[in-house]
Ligand binder design. Structure first.
Ligand SMILES: [Zn+2]
Length: 65
């Protein structure tokens, strides 16, 4: 199965302040209150964290695989 990798723009209401916000592939970050939903709610499979250019480093409470 070869799904396209182009992000899909989606919108939702912020679950914290109710603002209408846009996101990509079901992932959101509210610019008004700072709420973000879980990346697990996204509609596609993410690359591993290490593949992200913004990867800040391993989380301290999660051993590296
Ligand atoms: Zn908000």
């Amino acid at each position: 199965m070869s799904a396209p990798v182009t992000p899909e723009i989606t919108t939702t209401e912020c679950r914290q302040c109710g603002l209408r916000i846009a996101g990509l592939n079901g992932r959101y970050a509210c610019g008004a209150c700072g709420w973000v939903n879980s990346w697990r709610e996204g509609s596609n499979t993410l690359p591993s964290a290490e593949d992200d250019p913004d990867y800040p480093g391993p989380e301290p409470d999660r051993p590296r695989a």
